[in-house]
Design a protein. Structure first.
Length: 365
């Protein structure tokens, strides 16, 4: 029999150690009824409880094969939306803290994207000329927009494959919300930088001339990841002076000059696999989120590998860090009581359109 929903205030002042025990107990009670998915950027205090871990693409692929009634997502809001869209009827997706958002995703909203659509139609026929690509780090309604306009979703793992597919459909791409990923991917494919201008959605015609729009191959949305934007070329130069035999590996959300001066550029899974498979004793400067780097550094100590975070400034995904042991324990105990909280449910029409783009992405990948 259901009981009243437990209020979060009952957990707010609990010590982390107490929460850890309650989480373990709740997981044992719930058994196969739940599955906990953890993104690599999540802090260790909750990441340790993940049944499956990965980057956005890997976790999206996991969802379609899950049998648990409850999918608990240790990530941010857009990730939980993807899980809800790809899950089967009857499955329930839960985000322990609804305030766990993404500043990059917030840089492109539906109103701005639709206004950009109208602005571009002043110069050319959008639906005949442009394939919209949204990075998976975006709200469900932007994925639905792409579904409505023959577009697609990409991740940092498959961005090049997706861009190639897009050019097989139409001559141009509108890439949002991360300009850095779009620029690096286009550059890696040989597209000149001057054919990838930045589109500012707050300005008429995106701040571009009609000629720039007509000549463009990729229109890059004016957006970025606040974490990866902190990395600088001087961080690389300092590391190379200290460790001439070392390697630099960066996530493609990093600024262009950082990617250009790195030895390797790739997704979080690529970064993990590259360093784990490297020779013993190698030295690495890593340009991605702090929790992932710290976890990897500890794992590589037995192999005498140096894994160093790129910036001297703490670059943690602060919104993802809002999911703490207190929120996870609270979430699980409410499920036990028959009152799941923080359920993520994308509206049906929006979910159907968004699923078109996600299914297309998984097929192309």
């Amino acid at each position: 029999m259901n009981t009243a929903t437990i209020k979060f205030e009952a957990f707010e002042s609990l010590k982390n150690e107490d929460c850890q025990q309650r989480i373990l107990k709740a997981k044992k009670t719930l058994g196969n009824e739940i599955i906990i998915l953890g993104h690599h950027y999540q802090n260790e205090e909750v990441y340790r409880h993940a049944d499956l871990a990965g980057d956005s693409l890997k976790l999206a692929k996991y969802v379609e094969n899950l049998d648990a009634k409850y999918i608990i997502y240790l990530g941010v809001h857009f990730m939980a939306e993807v899980a809800n869209i790809l899950s089967r009827p009857g499955q329930i997706t839960v985000l322990p803290d609804l305030s766990a958002g993404c500043s990059m995703a917030d840089m492109a909203n539906l109103a701005k994207v639709e206004r950009s659509y109208r602005e571009l139609n002043k110069v050319l026929n959008f639906d005949d000329s442009i394939t919209p690509i949204t990075y998976i780090n975006s709200a469900a309604d932007l994925k639905a927009f792409c579904g409505e306009h023959e577009g697609i979703v990409c991740t940092s793992t498959n961005a090049a494959k997706i861009l190639n597919w897009a050019f097989s459909q139409k001559e141009k791409v509108l890439f949002f919300p991360d300009q850095n990923l779009g620029r690096w991917t286009g550059h890696s494919m040989g597209i000149p930088l001057d054919l990838m201008p930045v589109w500012d959605p707050d300005l008429p015609l995106g701040g571009l001339t009609e000629e720039q729009i007509i000549n463009a191959k990729v229109l890059l949305w004016k957006g970025h990841c606040a974490v990866h934007q902190m990395f600088r070329l001087e961080h690389i130069e300092t590391f190379r002076k200290q460790h001439p035999d070392g390697f630099v590996i960066s996530h493609p959300e990093s600024p262009f000059e950082v990617c250009l001066n790195s030895d390797f550029v790739g997704s979080t899974d690529f970064i993990l696999n590259t360093i784990k498979n490297a020779e013993h004793g190698t030295k690495w400067l890593v340009g991605t989120e702090l929790n992932l780097v710290n976890r990897l550094a500890n794992e590589m100590k037995p192999e005498n590998k140096l894994v160093q975070f790129m910036s001297h400034v703490v670059c943690e995904c602060s919104t993802m860090a809002r999911i703490d042991p207190q929120h996870l324990a609270w979430t699980l105990e409410n499920i036990i009581n028959g009152n799941p909280v923080n359920i993520i449910k994308v509206p049906n029409k929006e979910a159907q359109l968004a699923k078109l783009t996600l299914d297309k992405m998984l097929e192309v990948s």
